[in-house]
Design a protein around this ligand. Structure first.
Ligand code: ADP
Ligand code: ZN
Ligand code: ZN
Length: 753
């Protein structure tokens, strides 16, 4: 059935006309991790002309039935007619993606060398990945199907019962939001009720609705903002990449909003990509208030019907503004006029599992395809984007001052070598905290490590608690008295005695956010504090609620990880303490210093955002580190130029192009052998100007019981990689070890190691 020679032909897809093949087959892209499309014959009685390219079909695949997309018609089946299986069902009459979007998805598959069927599948709204259809243009509404008493029936299912009673009490039906306002985590239970025929799900014809709040007047842009706005505005009708490099709080969002207003005014749509959905409630409110228009949301926490609704609203043009995380770049738009990528440097735009793509870069391709502008905004632009400015590919626009009176805070180093820090908090920092909270200000403390302590150690024999499945320490959680691996989530009870020498002299080394919180509670018992990390915000809406409470001034001390670094506006924070970022200075990833600088600048940017002055204290054991000093004395721009010079010297990206082949296997030798073979199969590796490094073990060599290795390929230009990759991927796929080794290809990786 498989045809290893079939290749993607984007041009065939864009043109929907069929030529009648002699012995017709449909080539179908299926959501399987294989690089080929699969041949099927038409179901009996269906004429060729009834099947358009780009429609979904159901087909048998081994023992399963899969939903795929017709990508080609052909007269040249890869298997003999008698072995050819037939399509079971043709699901659509019209293609599911518009021609431009299809072309984009084919490009993504080719550029990132990801299986076409998986790319197309990932781009589909969840409901279309099955045999279902998009609901019509409206939201879901839930009705009770019966007035009968169900007490008996649901006696053993109290939650279903509760939800049923709620829905039944509203004869007009309830929307998802309305149910959610009363009962949390209700969806799976409603599903069961629907299966039991007790509840019916229908479409509501109310369209996009807006949270009620008063409209806000536009702010008068300051001179820098006006200049930025005008430059972009003047070029709104063509492709152009604008890099809006504006310090934290310089009013980049105001510039986006003013532009969005113009674009929407011309009857076009705006897509705004943000790194994390935790950032959006504030932003959505701000957009709605300013433009007096509802915002459609797209992110991975949406239910199937919610994302289907956004898909429809975007593709029909009902939504003028869509705000979403990376997957929103694959939405269908009726008339897209502008793409904004906020915090363009952020790693979250890169999908790290499944389809490996970078939404920021796909956004640029899409803008080019549609001849529209894209705005990349950041206080700490990625080195790639800055390099593109130097090359003349992007246009840089700078906002150098904060929009409000506030000044960018200075960062002061605290040398931990000469000072004693108890539980990770130096005296100098504690005194500064004390001063600020006495003045009723807020303090933000940043530590990128959750849990209580990262290492559990036997003081007598030196034993440490290691994960049995990963090359890593187990993190100690004091309150639950457990140890947990952050790489594979394995957890167990914390040992009372050392498993090696039975000593009870077990100590915790290092600090996580919980330990800092505990220590601060001892020192400042009357001060309200909040901890924000992945452990404390697991439940839906807790992050949103906590952020709201911070802005309302409920807490004076805020302790948190990376999650706090992103775009939040906390006007009353006057002191930011960065507890320990030294591992960023020691990491083997060549991008580690860039990331660290971005983190420091972003976290510092949370201080002094209103009229109050702000200050930043950074604790470190390496106060003399040259790059750190460069950043703190000369600023991010100067730091970037220095790091770019180093990258150029070592011919690292963005001065070269990188590709990783990763392999994981239960035996170290297998992953290594596989990559070794892959390396020697590299077409023309000697003559081309490719540099191959490895295979080398990943920095976390064993994760969840699998050994990880990687092969690094560096090419002087994109073309070399793009030309070689398709053939190479095919060779890799046919390697006999592929049944024992899991592998993937990552183009333009952002994390190596
Ligand atoms: P950024 O997106 O660059 O972090 P924001 O757009 O969020 O900055 O602006 C930071 C703060 O400054 C916000 O509180 C915003 O309301 C305010 N602000 C932005 N532009 C202006 C302006 N032109 N006049 C007055 N306040 C402004
Ligand atoms: Zn011991
Ligand atoms: Zn583990």
């Amino acid at each position: 059935m498989a045809n290893p020679d079939s290749d993607y032909r984007p041009s065939a897809l864009v043109d929907y006309t069929f030529t009648m093949p002699t012995s017709p087959v449909l080539k179908i892209a299926l959501p399987v991790p294989l690089y080929q499309c699969f041949d099927y014959s038409l179901p009996e009685g269906v004429s060729f002309s009834a099947v358009k390219l780009g429609v979904r079909v159901r087909v048998p695949f081994g023992a399963r039935t899969l939903t795929g997309i017709v990508v080609e018609n052909s007269s040249d089946p890869s298997v003999t007619q008698d072995k050819l299986k037939s399509v079971l069902e043709i699901l659509d009459t019209e293609p599911v993606f518009d021609p431009a979007l299809q072309k984009l998805l084919f490009w993504v598959a080719r550029y990132y060398q990801q299986p076409l069927g998986e790319v197309l599948n990932a781009a589909l709204p969840k409901v279309l990945r099955t045999h279902k259809h998009l609901p019509t243009m409206s939201s879901m509404i839930y009705h009770a199907c019966t007035n009968e008493d169900v007490d008996q029936l649901l006696q053993k299912a109290p939650k279903q019962h509760q939800i049923f009673n709620l829905i039944k009490a509203h004869p007009g039906g309830l929307t998802a939001d309305e149910i959610a306002a009363h009962i949390s985590h209700w969806r799976p239970f409603v599903r069961v009720l629907i299966e039991k025929n007790l509840v019916r799900e229908t479409m509501d014809d109310r369209t996009l609705s807006m949270t009620p709040h008063s409209a806000a007047e536009s702010l008068a842009l300051n001179e820098e903002q006006r200049h930025a706005y005008e430059q972009i505005h003047r070029n709104l009708h063509k492709f152009r990449v604008n890099l809006l490099a504006g310090v934290t709080g310089s009013g980049k969002t105001e510039v986006y909003l003013t532009l969005a207003k113009d674009v929407v005014g011309c009857g076009k749509q705006v897509l705004m990509l943000v790194p994390e959905i935790g950032l959006t409630p504030q932003l959505v409110q701000r957009i709605e208030a300013r433009l007096n228009l509802p915002v459609a949301l797209m992110h991975s926490d949406l239910s199937a019907s919610e994302s289907a609704r956004t898909w429809l609203q975007a593709s029909t043009g009902k939504a003028s503004i869509v705000v979403g995380t990376r997957s929103a770049i694959f939405l269908s738009f009726r008339n897209l006029g502008l793409i904004v990528v906020d915090e363009e440097h952020d790693l979250s735009f890169k999908q790290q599992e499944g389809i490996l793509y970078n939404a920021r870069d796909v956004a640029i391709y899409r803008a080019k395809q549609l001849s529209i502008p894209v705005v990349l905004g950041s206080a700490t632009p990625s080195l790639e984007s800055q390099h593109n400015v130097t090359l003349g590919n992007y246009h840089s626009i700078t906002l150098s001052k904060r929009a409000k009176l506030a000044k960018i805070p200075q960062v002061k180093l605290i040398d931990l070598r000469s000072k004693r820090a108890i539980d990770g908090l130096s005296n100098e920092l504690l005194q500064a905290i004390d001063t600020e909270i006495k003045q009723k200000h807020q303090v933000l403390l940043f530590l990128n490590r959750r849990g209580f302590a990262p290492v559990l150690l036997c003081h007598d024999c030196g034993w440490t608690a290691e994960c049995s499945r990963c090359d890593s320490h187990m993190v100690f959680y004091k309150e639950q008295d457990i140890i947990k691996c952050h790489h594979c989530q394995k957890q167990e009870k914390a040992p009372v005695a050392c498993p090696q020498c039975e000593s009870e002299n077990i100590i915790f080394l290092g600090e996580g956010t919980q330990r800092i919180e505990g220590r601060l509670k001892e020192i400042f018992p009357d001060i309200a504090m909040v901890r924000i990390d992945r452990d404390s915000t697991r439940k839906k809406n807790t992050l949103r609620d906590k952020l709201d409470d911070i802005r309302k001034g409920k807490f004076q001390i805020i302790i948190g990880t990376q999650m706090l670094a992103k775009g939040h506006d906390f006007p009353d924070v006057t002191l930011v303490g960065i507890l320990n970022v030294d591992h960023g200075l020691l990491s083997s990833d060549f991008r580690a210093t860039e990331r660290l600088a971005q983190l420091i600048v972003q976290v510092s940017g949370r201080a002094g955002r209103s009229a109050n002055r702000g200050r930043v204290l950074l604790q470190t054991y390496q106060p003399e580190h040259p790059l750190l000093n460069r950043l703190l004395t000369h600023g991010y721009q100067d730091f970037s130029m220095e790091v770019l010079r180093q990258r150029e010297h070592y011919a690292l990206p963005p001065y070269s192009f990188m590709l990783l082949v990763r392999a994981r296997a239960h035996q170290q030798m297998l992953a290594h052998q596989f990559l070794q073979d892959v390396k020697s199969s590299m077409p023309a590796s000697g003559s081309s100007r490719l540099n191959l490094f490895g295979p080398i073990p990943a920095s976390l060599e064993r994760k969840a019981g699998l050994y990880q290795s990687q092969l690094v390929v560096i090419a002087p230009n994109r073309k070399t990689i793009q030309e070689l990759l398709p053939q190479w991927a095919k060779v890799i796929q046919q390697h006999p070890l592929t049944n024992r080794v899991r592998w993937n290809i990552e183009v333009d990786p952002l994390e190596t190691g």
